[in-house]
Design a protein around this ligand. Structure first.
Ligand code: C2E
Ligand code: CA
Ligand code: CA
Length: 764
């Protein structure tokens, strides 16, 4: 036990430690995770900026290359006249080398197209253009994209794409101030398709400051950066507006966003000085840019997951074992381990549920009681009785249908919940059960006798199953009510009469104390006759309850079971006993003839700690001599409290009482009681002379009991003798004393005093 307790504590400590460590690690892991996640984002921003700068450098390299080309062409035109220059420029353009789509020259704020070299002055456009050239500080330079400013190159055709415009001044020539070259996308071929795109980027493209995508190829189906973001599922207006603003302002920036739940960074790079309105627009998945940190994060996540799993498993384990334990406890509470079926508690619970479900049918709660159970245990042993119980359980398993249950209580009692169509049908079923039970074959030969206490459930009634069991038990115990089928089968219904008895009992219980005070209890005396001396042998004191209303004396059968169950019997026994002492003392004082008197003592009175002291004290108080009082104990009490009774009997003997064993033969008939309890008298139950069924057998038992009692020096008294023929037989068998109507009925004290005075006249 101690060991189990210790291991339980260790287990608890271990679980707490594991949980604590796991929680600590999860917390620190989460902190690390959030730090590292920030780090990943920061690193992604820096990395993406770096990558975009590399891309931008490539643009700048191209710009430098084409600026140089424009500058060297301008240099070669410095000495040329207009005609030659036009021819040279026309050849360069027609050559289409390097993607040159158009070439122009400028003079005095005017722009001239190379188309057939008809000099075109393009009004405002030309002025704007020259201003922008001025801004270029009169150095060879890139002027940015130019679609709007392009006049039609061929009739009916508009250039479909932006052209990239370069300018180079020409010094010292009267015909030109400078030249402008217009190139198509070819110059930024590097951005087309996947060749430029960084392996890590989701997209990478060249954009204009109006947000349009200049080179994208098939990978970029949309024409603006924002449309592309929408395509990826980015609709967050804060992000979109930020991106739009950055691009419009040509501002290099990084913007974080989520694509399919993953962190991404949008990188925008412009260099106004060199690449003008061209910029780089890229989108990266952050984790790819900060791979190491991200791996670390994954490791942390894995660790956190592992510990969460540990905690979940631990909690799960604890919960499951808690429920298992709870179920075990519940089962143990409801289970009869000996027979592996429901016990009373479990039966009550399940029956309650069934009755709630099936409230409409005729149901009965039944206490099935094996009769003479203690006798069976005593005489045939535990093993035999257990196998009988198991057999009965088996018969119940066969008897019970769906929505019917059975359980086991102690002392050879089973519980049953059966449904049926009527009382008659129920009895038929129980008869079948009884028959099945009677087929038991054990190692000893005995009849299986069963009584069924039956409480019929009425639809909708509120009685608890616990109470129904009590009522069924009550029906079984109120023997007078038994509907006796035969010796082995009894059906005792808890019916209106029993309910009435209950009401009467309630009323009696209310009145018991005042009745005792008011002298409603009176002692009657029934004289006994000695078959050897042919004289009165003594008397038995029997209590009566006088009913003032009817003027009748109620017999103990009416109130004794109640007083035994509520304990009032102790007061009543002591009262009767005192009254008897009073009578003896009074009669002796009056000089009357007095016979010894027997008083009945219930098991409740006898087991009170002060019992012997009290009876002795009263005996002394009234000066009653030794041998004048006999205490009667019932056989069932002797059987059940053998050791207790033995001590009591010894003490009573020492105090000068005689003892008697009452009702011998009606229940247990244990010869052990006879042999080992040093009783002075044995009173044979009326049952011995009611031997209509098997007179030979009873007679032989009778004879052997009398013989044994004689041998043990006990006086043998037969109760309930009514017929003269019995007197003859009893005499023959060696019985000493008879008590019964044939000699005298129980008489009131007055009548008894009179009876004693005339005892000489009595002749059987
Ligand atoms: P018991 O001690 O066996 O008493 C004998 C019973 O048999 C008495 O019933 C008596 O009236 C009845 N009886 C006597 N002769 C005959 C007869 O020839 N034929 C029939 N059929 N019956 C006869 P009673 O007075 O009704 O008492 C019933 C039981 O109540 C007693 O049975 C005894 O166990 C108990 N009892 C009576 N008075 C007291 C008492 O003061 N204290 C206790 N504890 N129990 C008492
Ligand atoms: Ca008696
Ligand atoms: Ca008796």
């Amino acid at each position: 036990m101690k060991k189990i307790h210790k291991s339980g504590v260790l287990k608890k400590i271990a679980i707490i430690v594991v949980c604590a460590i796991s929680i600590a690690l999860i917390i620190s892991g989460s902190v690390m995770l959030s730090n590292h996640t920030n780090e990943v984002l920061q690193r992604a921003k820096t990395q993406s900026t770096n990558q975009s700068l590399v891309a931008l450098t490539k643009v700048e390299d191209k710009v430098a290359e084409y600026t140089n080309y424009a500058a060297s062409t301008a240099g070669s035109l410095q000495e040329k006249n207009l005609i030659d220059a036009k021819t040279q420029l026309g050849n360069l353009r027609d050559n289409g080398k390097l993607g040159l789509k158009a070439a122009r020259y400028m003079k005095n704020d005017q722009l001239f197209c190379d188309k057939s070299w008809v000099d075109i002055k393009d009004g405002d456009l030309a002025i704007n253009y020259v201003k922008s050239v001025e801004k270029a500080n009169q150095k060879p330079c890139f002027l940015g994209t130019n679609a709007d400013k392009m006049p039609e190159y061929e009739e009916g055709k508009v250039f479909p794409v932006d052209l990239y415009e370069f300018y180079a001044p020409i010094d010292g020539n009267l015909n030109f101030d400078g030249i402008a070259f217009y190139f198509d996308t070819k110059i930024f071929e590097i951005f087309i398709g996947d060749s430029f795109r960084n392996a890590d980027s989701l997209m990478s493209t060249l954009i204009k400051d109006n947000g349009s995508i200049l080179t994208g190829g098939d990978a970029l189906p949309k024409s603006t950066a924002v449309e592309m973001l929408n395509e990826y599922g980015v609709f967050d207006t804060t992000i979109i507006n930020q991106v739009k603003r950055d691009i419009a302002e040509r501002k290099s920036d990084t913007v974080l966003c989520k694509i399919k739940g993953l962190n991404h960074v949008i990188s925008i790079q412009f260099n106004n000085e060199i690449s003008k309105d061209l910029g780089i627009f890229e989108v990266y998945e952050c984790s790819k840019l900060a791979k190491e940190t991200n791996d670390l994060i994954n490791a942390i996540i894995a660790i956190i997951v592992v510990f969460i799993v540990i905690i979940v498993c631990t909690v799960l384990f604890l919960t499951v074992s808690h429920f298992r334990m709870q179920r075990k406890i519940n089962n143990a509470e409801k289970h009869d381990l000996k027979l592996d079926c429901l016990n009373r508690f479990g039966f009550e619970k399940e029956a309650d549920e069934i009755l709630h479900r099936e409230a409409g049918s005729y149901y009965a709660v039944i206490v099935l009681e094996l009769r003479h159970f203690k006798f069976l245990v005593e005489n045939f042993g535990e093993t035999e009785v257990n196998s009988l119980l198991k057999y009965i359980k088996l018969t119940l398993t066969k008897t019970c249908r769906i929505e019917e249950i059975y359980g086991h209580m102690d002392n050879g009692q089973f519980l049953l919940l059966l449904h049926s169509t009527s009382r008659a049908d129920l009895i038929d079923r129980l008869k079948i059960h009884s028959f099945l039970a009677s087929q038991y074959k054990g190692s000893h030969k005995f009849d299986v006798a069963i009584k069924y206490g039956i409480y019929e459930y009425t639809e909708g009634e509120q009685t608890s199953v616990n109470k129904m069991i009590d009522y069924a038990l009550e029906a079984n115990n109120t023997v007078t009510k038994a509907t006796v089928e035969n010796v082995d089968m009894q059906f005792n219904f808890y019916d209106d009469e029993l309910r009435k008895i209950r009401l009467i009992n309630d009323d009696m219980e209310l009145r018991q104390d005042s009745a005792l005070r008011d002298g409603e209890f009176q002692v009657f005396y029934q004289a006994k006759y000695n078959l050897r001396t042919h004289k009165q042998d003594g008397a038995e004191a029997l209590v009566r309850w006088y009913d003032k209303k009817t003027g009748e004396y109620n017999k103990p059968a009416l109130f004794m079971p109640l007083f035994e169950s509520n304990g009032f019997i102790e007061k009543l026994d002591k009262y009767v006993y005192t009254k008897v002492c009073e009578y003896i003392s009074y009669s002796l004082h009056e000089g009357r003839n007095v016979f010894p008197v027997s008083v009945n003592v219930s098991r409740i009175t006898a087991t009170q700690p002060d019992f012997v002291d009290y009876y002795t004290r009263i005996k002394k108080k009234y000066g009653i001599s030794n041998g004048a009082l006999t205490i009667e104990f019932t056989e069932s009490f002797a059987y059940e409290n053998y050791d207790v009774l033995k001590t009591i009997v010894d003490r009573l003997h020492k105090a000068g009482f005689k003892t008697s064993i009452d009702d011998f033969g009606c229940g247990y008939s244990s010869y052990r009681i006879l042999k080992e309890l040093p009783m002075d008298e044995i009173k044979l139950d009326k049952f011995f002379i009611d031997y209509s069924e098997n007179p030979e057998r009873i007679n032989s038992i009778f004879e052997s009991v009398i013989a044994l009692a004689k041998k043990l020096d006990m006086k043998v008294t037969q109760e309930g003798v009514e017929r003269p023929e019995d007197v003859e037989l009893l005499k023959k068998l060696g019985c000493d004393v008879i008590q019964g109507y044939i000699y005298s009925h129980p008489l009131s004290l007055t009548d008894y005093l009179h009876f004693v005075e005339n005892t000489k006249d009595h002749n059987l």
